[in-house]
Every structure is written in C-alpha cells, then in structure tokens.
Ligand binder design. Structure first.
Ligand code: FAD
Length: 246
C-alpha cells in the first residue's frame, strides 16, 4: 500500500486525506496547529458560495454551485441557514454593473431578492444595486468534529502539532522533516498548507512553482491521482488531488 503524507489539516487536506484513505492508501496527516480545521478554514467568513461572488467568471460561478452541493452532502451537520447575506454593486469604479450582475445571476438561475440599499442596515453608500441571497455559512467547529470522527473511523493517522519544515528526495521516497528534526519517508505527499503552500513547495518540488493543492509523487512509485498535463507550462506529471469529500 502506498504511504501518502498530507501536509495541513484544513478543509482541503482533511477531505483529500479521507478520500485517499477510502481508496486504500495509508495516510498520515501533518498539522502544525494543535487541532484540525483551525487555519483559514476556521478563520474565513465561512460563506458557502453559490456563484454571486464571481459575476465576471461564469465557469467559476458554476463550479461554486456544483461545489456547494458536494459540500452540503459531505457536511450536512455543518450547514448554518438563515444567515443574512447581501451583495452590493458599487455605483462607481465597479468592474460590473447592476444590470450585468442581474443578467449573470438570471443566466445561472440563481435565486435572489432585490434590496433597497437606502433601507439596509448596516448603512451602505455608493451602491447602485443590492440583492439578498440564500447563501449559507458553515460551522467550522462542526466540521472539525466530523473530520476527527471520520479520520478515527477510517484509520487516518492524524498528527497534530507537527510542523513540517523540509522535504528531501530520496532514491525511491520523499523524506519529510519536522521542526524537531524527525524524519519520515513517504511514497507521495499532498501539499495542502494554504498560506504556507509556497514555502513547502520549494522543497517538495525544487524546480516547481507554487500551486493550490498538489500531489507530489515519487517518479518510481504508483500515483494516487491520475496525471494531468500542465497545459500552461506544457509539462506532464502535475497531479491534482480531487477535493470532493464524501
Ligand atoms: C479572510 C478570509 C476570508 C475567507 N472567506 C471565505 C469564505 O467566506 N468562503 C470561502 O469559500 N472561502 C473563503 N476564504 C478562503 C478559504 O478560507 C480557503 O480557500 C480555505 O479555507 C482553504 O482551506 P485549506 O485547507 O487550503 O487551508 P487551511 O484551512 O488554512 O489549512 C491549511 C493547514 O495547513 C497547516 N500547515 C501550514 N503549514 C504547515 C506545515 N509546514 N506543517 C504542518 N501543517 C501546516 C495550517 O496550520 C492549516 O491548518 C477566505 C479566506 C480568507 C483569508
């Protein structure tokens, strides 16, 4: 069985680790904080996007809709409804207009209610359009609880309070080094460290470039995700992990 290390236990790292474990990989997750889901996944606004945030990018908006359904199915206990959520289009210096925004929302079939900005609390100024949406937020603490339970049940080895500081490429494996100087070998690593992703990427992938979530596989070992060509750079063997979590 291939041993895979996942660096970071935010939403991405956790979902990837669970999915890899379900597929039979021996998975170790390293998280430098004392608990999982404590980084950006905890400190974000927690809004589960339905697409409104991306009125100039239809494809991203559609991905949000699909992603929302997948997220709701994966973490139904973490969905917090009834959270007021409004979008406003500035009347000046905006890259879209109220008319274009509404056309975009209608085209995607998004449901919204128009607001009277003058009556909105808290007070908003300099806007030409306001809409209230049905977007919801997630409860990060509920997700943390679920992640811990699922990892425990599936046998994911979650190591908390372990800061990975470097990676070395051995002849057949990748050796991870933590802040205490401990070393451990893996067949593949997934860099899901978000804010810290570039620093880790430098040693995980010496000749590479920063990425969002990336699987690094030793060239002699079977992979854990299908290889896709990196079209922008024309190079093969960039493996992107699936982040849907079931
Ligand atoms: C201010 C703000 C608001 C946001 N609001 C929203 C929003 O409303 N809706 C939305 O969808 N997105 C939002 N985002 C984006 C969203 O938070 C991120 O896309 C998402 O949380 C990233 O998840 P992650 O698992 O990649 O990162 P994280 O949750 O940050 O997880 C990465 C983990 O890696 C760990 N780590 C880092 N380096 C190491 C290391 N060397 N060794 C071990 N562990 C390490 C960190 O401690 C952390 O726990 C927001 C982002 C910010 C900054």
């Amino acid at each position: 069985m291939s041993r895979v290390a996942v660096l970071g236990c935010g939403l991405f790292g956790a979902c990837i680790a669970l999915k890899l474990r379900e597929r039979g990989y021996d998975v170790v997750v390293f998280e430098r904080l004392p608990e999982p889901i404590c980084g950006a996944s905890f400190n974000s606004m927690g809004r589960l996007h339905l697409g409104f945030h991306y009125p100039r990018d239809n494809q991203t908006a559609r991905q949000c809709i699909a992603g929302f359904s997948a997220f709701r199915d994966a973490f139904p206990e973490a969905i917090v409804e009834g959270f007021p959520n409004a979008y406003f289009i500035a009347s000046e210096n905006s890259k879209t207009t109220g008319e274009r925004f509404l056309a975009f929302a209608d085209d995607l079939g998004l449901s919204y209610r128009r607001l009277d900005p003058a009556a909105f609390v808290p007070r908003v100024v300099g806007v030409e359009l306001g809409v209230e949406t049905d977007e919801v937020v997630y409860d990060a603490a509920a997700i943390r609880k679920t992640v811990i339970q699922r990892m425990d049940r599936l046998g994911v080895d979650l190591r908390l309070g372990v800061d990975i500081v470097a990676a070395e490429h051995g002849s057949r494996q990748i050796v991870l080094v933590d802040a205490q100087g401990r070393r451990e070998s893996f067949d593949a690593t997934v860099n899901a460290a978000y804010a810290n992703i570039s620093r880790l990427a430098r040693s995980l992938e010496p000749a590479g470039r920063p990425a969002s979530v990336r699987v690094h596989r030793h060239p002699d070992r079977p992979g854990c995700a299908s290889a896709r060509r990196d079209h922008r750079h024309g190079r093969p063997l960039r493996e992107h992990a699936a982040v849907r979590c079931g």
